[in-house]
Design a protein around this ligand. Structure first.
Ligand code: ZN
Length: 140
């Protein structure tokens, strides 16, 4: 399988917010619908999944001061945090990128929400954009 075969498209856009409760009404007013709200304890983040057609937006709220999202908000303020690409096989994409000399934050997939396997590339790899790979057993 080539990287092009493995890459299925954009999975979601992650947006850092200080408060999902405050941000949510504006996204609902835009016409997106709330699919789920979850807490991911390992990432110290609360995630609200918003859907519009095939587009998925994830609002990310820190659940503690040492959350990566809390650090992002302190440094850059609210806004786009990362892009996530849907891949068929997360480990394969990691191996392919590693062989190509790419800067990765994860050498192996970690467990994400909804039974997904996820891994992150270093922001310097793609022009300052933090990028996530998502292997999603549910498709999208
Ligand atoms: Zn994400």
């Amino acid at each position: 399988m080539t990287p092009a075969d493995n890459l299925k498209g954009l999975h979601h856009i992650g947006i850092a917010v200080p408060s999902i409760a405050e941000a949510l009404p504006r996204w609902l007013a835009m016409g997106l619908s709330l699919q789920s709200t979850d807490v991911v304890p390992t990432e110290r983040v609360k995630v609200a999944v918003l859907i519009a057609g095939s587009t998925r937006i994830e609002l990310l709220e820190p659940t503690s001061e040492d959350s990566p999202i809390a650090k992002f908000l302190a440094n850059k303020g609210p806004g786009v945090h990362h892009l996530a690409f849907h891949v068929g096989d997360c480990q394969l994409q990691i191996d392919t990128l590693t062989t190509a000399g790419a800067a990765l934050l994860d050498q192996a997939p970690r467990q994400g929400a909804h039974d997904c396997k996820v891994a992150f590339l270093h922001p310097k790899q793609l022009g300052g954009v933090l990028t996530e790979l998502v292997e999603d057993p549910h498709g999208h």
